[in-house]
Design a protein around this ligand. Structure first.
Ligand code: PLP
Length: 500
């Protein structure tokens, strides 16, 4: 066999010294980088054997090795969220508390008593443990958990009202995240939607008139991602519950995000709380485990024994059940949330919401100063707004200080989009906002211990990124990547951005 040297192929060690791979070494490890170089060299040998004119200089081999390395990266990988959208559905919503991560790791790496009653030595319900925690925390008589709040809604409608009517105000027929559309949720559930009132005004008498032998329930849905202002009217929840119960009907309250009690963290705007729903006497209160509660994605149902019993007996419960990792993360998060204020610093979502502007401004100023001094970037601080996102607290913007950077590439147009793209494709991937010809970094959604990695990622893009190829498609339409699919507020309108 002909030696690599005689074919003109560089040795592995020479390719490894190329800067493209040197920068990958600390991130990917020597083994993975070497493997990629060997694969690239093997490809070249095959090409040469077939008589192809393939470039064999170390730089070309390094480039191909880097491509191979990039291709084998995990499909799901960590991202630094510099968008300032806290519950970014495209970026996985809430980061979990350390305690929740530890709980997940513990049950994930071994066996656990998921469906085993350890005292009795008999089969138990997988939701029995979490139900107890939820009962203690909320005071509800019964509770259960499914894989998300959309699932909880379908399940509740089906178990309590399949084949019958559920009365909903026309002002509450929400669409959340593009795929949760209340009329469609009804179709899937088998319950019939009975709309009452108008978009802006629905009175108790509207509900009253709609009740009949076909009615099974009254459903209130929180306007999670929009508000109706001006001349509006809605009956208070206690009135609706009273009406339902006077007619022997279920009262269901879909609050969406899981703020537990009024006045407790995370304090954002006028979000309804679990405690208020239960205090009003609702048979069921539905909410998300990640939205505002700051736990894993799941749907939580709390309420009366009768309602929860019907739900747990429904065959759909099996299809929507949660796994051990979700239960572990949720339990740990709930135990933190039970502490209220003292836990505010330990649930990442809560601490991001609570971070004060001067703190963010100081962090932003420090990052901007480094970018200017070390990389010669044109980095300034501009006032901006962070958003809770995830379809919650739509009008509650949190004032923030944003690091605004003019793209360093000398490309004629869309250079900021090309720069943002390079950041997204880096490792770790960084997702900034792009607005008004600038790349914006909102540190509210960047944990302080991520800042060195953010800085490193920016450094790498500045030092090593090949000038972007003009054929590369770059996003220019949306300022917050991924927001078209979900309810992250569009932050590119000048009136919301606070950017001059
Ligand atoms: C977000 C939301 C849902 C859906 O919850 P997921 O956990 O995203 O499935 C349902 N109802 C309301 C009112 C919501 O805000």
């Amino acid at each position: 066999m002909e030696s690599d040297a005689r074919r003109g192929l560089p040795p592995v060690s020479a390719v490894l010294e190329h800067e493209l791979l040197v920068e990958s070494l600390p991130v990917r490890g020597r083994l993975a980088v070497r493997r990629a170089v060997r694969t690239a060299l093997a490809e070249l040998r095959r090409g040469l054997k077939e008589g192809k004119a393939v470039p064999t200089d170390p730089a070309s081999v390094a480039r191909r090795s880097r491509e191979l390395l990039d291709q084998e990266r995990a499909a799901l990988r960590p991202v630094i969220n510099a968008t300032g959208v806290l519950l970014h559905t495209g970026l996985g919503r809430a980061p979990l508390a350390r305690e929740a991560v530890a709980a997940v790791a513990q049950v994930a790496s071994g066996y656990c008593n998921l469906e085993l009653d350890l005292d009795a030595g008999a089969r138990g319900r997988r939701t029995a443990g979490i139900a107890q925690v939820l009962r203690e925390l909320t005071g509800a008589a019964a509770a259960t958990v499914v894989n998300n709040n959309a699932g909880a809604t379908v399940l509740a409608l089906r178990a309590l009202a399949a084949g019958r009517e559920v009365v909903v105000s026309r002002g509450q027929l929400v669409e959340i995240g593009g795929s949760f559309r209340l009329p469609e949720i009804f179709e899937v559930s088998g319950a019939r939607l009975r709309e009452v009132g108008t978009t802006n005004k629905t009175r108790l008498s509207d509900y009253q008139r709609a009740l009949g032998p076909e009615t099974a329930a009254i459903l209130r849905v929180h306007r999670s991602n929009f508000r109706i202002v001006g001349f509006t009217e809605d009956p208070a929840l206690p009135e609706l519950v009273q009406l339902a119960h006077a007619h022997g009907l279920w009262a269901i309250d879909d609050i969406g995000s899981g703020a537990l009690r009024p006045g407790c963290p995370p304090r954002v705007g006028d979000e309804p709380t679990v405690a208020e729903g239960l205090a009003a006497g609702a048979d069921l209160v539905l909410f998300s485990g990640d939205k505002l509660l700051g736990g894993p994605q799941c749907g939580i149902l709390v309420g009366s024994r009768e309602a929860i019993g019907r739900i747990e007996a429904d065959p759909l419960m099996r299809a929507l059940r949660v796994d051990k990792m979700t239960l572990a993360a949720l339990e740990a998060t709930l135990r933190l949330a039970a502490d209220g204020e003292p836990a505010a610093g330990r649930i990442p979502l809560w601490s991001m919401i609570a971070t004060e502007l001067p703190v963010l401004a100081a962090r932003a100023e420090q990052l901007a100063a480094t970018l200017r001094a070390e990389l010669g970037l044109n980095a300034t601080i501009v006032p901006g707004e962070s958003f809770v996102g995830g379809g919650s607290a739509p009008i509650h913007a949190l004032p923030t200080a944003v690091v605004a950077v003019a793209a360093p590439f000398p490309t004629p147009h869309d250079s900021e989009a090309a720069w943002a793209k390079a950041l997204r494709r880096g490792e770790p991937a960084v997702v900034p906002r792009v607005q008004g010809g600038l790349v914006l970094f909102d540190l509210r959604t960047v944990a302080p211990d991520q800042e060195p990695y953010l800085l490193d990622a920016i450094r790498r893009v500045c030092h090593h990124q090949d000038a972007p190829r003009s054929s590369d498609p770059v996003r220019t339409s949306s300022s917050v990547p991924g927001d078209s699919r979900s309810d992250e507020p569009r932050t590119n309108s000048p009136d919301r951005s606070g950017i001059p």
